[in-house]
Write a protein that binds this ligand. Structure first.
Ligand code: SAT
Ligand code: MN
Length: 621
């Protein structure tokens, strides 16, 4: 795929500026793309909505939808002096997170989806869901939501159309994607768009299905209104469907943040990083360089906090990336002016708060609160389930005001450190890829892979300890290849081969690193201060990319010596740093044995490169 030139092959269809309710008879007048029109008609016949709402993506439309949502109970308006343009939403209490066990890849044969996905035959899935969709929008409105993933005009940008009966989903899509008329322009007369059909149904977990049909570029989601299950542009399209398309078309869709580090001399280095959930991806994407670095003139700017689409630029032979999203869907609890000031700034206006605590102010208007917010703990509030919450109740019952997975939905334009290239169709050149997990023992703070293939192995064997945020045992290492385990939309074998093959087109490939901010000492205390201080590690990574930092060869990869990472101004001694970096033969052995389960799970679906890398590692030890 060649770069820069925006796709000019498309025929422009008429610009649509209409927003609002339309009749079935009006539909053809609005929808000029014959493929989209035919598909929308079919979905209307199936779902039988009472009304149709045509979205154009304007600010006025979003405002009118918020107002409508305040009337029908979808939203509660927050105090507009404190939080202009901000609204509160409470989901059904059975519908607060992605449901991986109800998420399916639907194809004719299960070999296409491999051992890491739930498979359903496409025929069966269509039949089962058709039964659920039949008449599901009677008495409801079907919102017609066209959207683009990626900067408009980018060769990688993809169009989707979501038909949904959820006003919350419609407004959220207008924040998270480039939604509205722009999508029709990007699509032209093409048939190439993702067909996204969504209904909240009766929000019954027994009738909840998140089905992907990669061969048909189609997503059918039923029974959930939650983010990753219902905002179909995000995990469903931009990761599962896109990873499949990327393999066909020679590019990659990855669960990665994207940031730019600008040196005091103005040199820009773009970094992509994959961390499993609860490892601080959003915090790292919005990192604030600590005192000394800020004084010297270092700047970190954000391109994305969750997803990166990457391709090899033919001319330069370099890997380039865009963030397909236009907003942040971030975890709220624990976010404050210490942990992530830029996220706090991002959610000050035009933001939806979902499932946080709701505080009634003396004048009768509302504010939001969550565990870990700056300032005073309120005397009382309404919790995410609408029940009374007080510090006393919390003490007695452990009840949380905000659900641990409560979220803010904010436009990326709100981010004070949004990178100037965030909207650039040409994307940015990636110099470093970082993999990282939460590991209390045995994994160093930082090391560099010997080469691309070794880096693929580090990504493949990525592991992270479970936290209280997820169900199940805490502190168990869960393997999460490339942090993509729930998001690879096809056979992981082919996914790993695709990673290897991507190297071929590159003249100069990104350096690959592994980080662990979470190593602990024998008393259970974190060894590394983390947050902004991660800048010191990032600086070494950047210097390595530009040939400017020293490293020693060790059995597991290239490592900085204590003097190679700037520790000045930290309470970390050189001796402690050495401890953070050291891996004993016993620890290495435990790690290799710990990877065994992954290898066994994928036995028969493993590319030989991964087996060789493992053998080489053992040989080096
Ligand atoms: O709901 S999302 O998938 O968008 C967020 C998450 O669970 O990681
Ligand atoms: Mn994510």
């Amino acid at each position: 795929m060649s770069m820069a030139a925006p796709a000019e092959k498309k025929t422009m269809t008429a610009t649509n500026t209409f927003s609002g309710y339309i009749t079935r008879n009006d539909l053809a007048g609005h929808c000029k793309n014959p493929h989209a029109l035919a598909w929308i008609e079919k979905c209307i016949d199936l779902c039988k909505p009472d009304k149709l709402f045509w979205c154009n993506g304007s600010a006025a439309e979003r405002q009118s939808l918020f107002e409508q949502g305040c009337k029908d109970g979808t939203f509660i308006k927050l105090n507009q002096q404190k939080l202009p343009g901000c609204y509160f939403h409470r989901s059904n209490s059975n519908d607060v997170a992605r449901t991986e066990h109800l998420t399916f890849i639907c194809t004719p044969s299960d070999d296409l989806v491999g051992p890491t996905n739930n498979w359903m035959s496409d025929k069966e899935a269509y039949a089962r869901l058709r039964g659920l969709y039949d008449g599901c929008m009677k008495g409801r409105t079907m919102f017609i939501v066209p959207f683009v993933m990626g900067p408009i005009g980018s060769p990688l940008a993809k169009v989707g159309i979501e038909l949904t009966d959820s006003l919350y989903v419609t407004v959220s899509m207008s924040i998270m994607t480039r939604m509205g008329d722009v999508a029709w322009k990007q699509l032209g007369d093409d048939d190439e768009f993702t067909r996204c059909l969504h209904s909240v149904g009766d929000v019954n977990p027994d009738r909840r299905y998140i089905c992907h049909f990669p061969l048909d570029n189609t997503i059918w989601s039923f029974g959930s209104g939650y983010g990753g299950n219902a905002l179909l542009g995000k995990k469903c399209l931009a990761l599962r469907i896109a990873s499949y398309l990327g393999r066909q078309q020679g590019w990659m869709a990855e669960h990665m943040l994207l940031l730019c580090a600008t040196s005091p001399k103005g040199q820009k280095t773009y970094v992509a990083a994959a961390f499993p959930s609860a490892c601080g991806k959003t915090n790292f994407a919005m990192l604030i360089p600590p005192g000394k670095y800020a004084d010297q003139g270092w700047k970190i700017t954000t391109l994305g906090d969750d997803i990166a689409w990457m391709w090899v630029d033919k001319e330069s032979g370099r890997l380039r990336a865009i963030n397909p999203e236009a907003g942040y869907f971030g975890v709220v609890p624990g976010t404050n002016y210490t942990s992530n000031p830029n996220a706090m700034e991002s959610m000050k206006k035009d933001t939806i708060y979902t499932n946080v605590g709701l505080v009634t102010l003396p004048d009768g208007t509302y504010d939001v609160w969550w565990e870990g917010k700056d300032g005073e703990v309120p005397q009382r509030c309404t919790d995410w389930q609408g029940r009374e919450w007080t510090p006393q109740i919390a003490k007695e019952t452990g009840a949380k005001a905000a659900h641990p997975n409560s979220r803010f939905t904010a436009p990326m334009a709100n981010n004070p450190v949004l990178d100037e290239s965030a909207d650039d169709p040409a994307g940015v050149p990636v110099s470093a890829i970082i993999f990282g997990g939460r590991r209390s023992k045995g994994v160093p703070l930082i090391y560099q892979a010997f080469n691309w293939m070794h880096g693929v192995y580090l990504g493949f064997t990525l592991g992270s300890e479970t936290t209280a945020a997820a169900t199940g045992a805490v502190g168990v290492v869960r393997r999460d290849p490339m942090a993509m385990l729930p998001f690879i939309g096809y056979n992981i074998r082919d996914y790993l081969v695709h990673w290897s093959r991507m190297r071929k087109g590159m003249k100069d490939c990104p350096r690959i690193f592994h980080v662990n901010w979470f190593r602990k000492d024998e008393n259970g205390k974190f060894l590394w201060p983390g947050f902004g201080e991660n800048m010191r590690v990032l600086k070494w990574i950047i210097d390595r990319c530009h040939g400017g930092a020293y490293a020693v060869e060790t059995p597991i990869g290239w490592m900085p010596r204590p003097g190679d990472i700037d520790l000045e101004g930290l309470s970390v001694t050189r001796e402690q740093f050495e401890k953070m970096q050291a891996v004993t033969p016993e620890e290495m052995k435990a790690e290799i044995i710990g990877q065994e389960e992954l290898f066994l799970k994928l036995a028969g679906d493993l590319p030989k490169e991964m087996i060789f890398q493992r053998e080489l590692l053992i040989a080096r030890l």
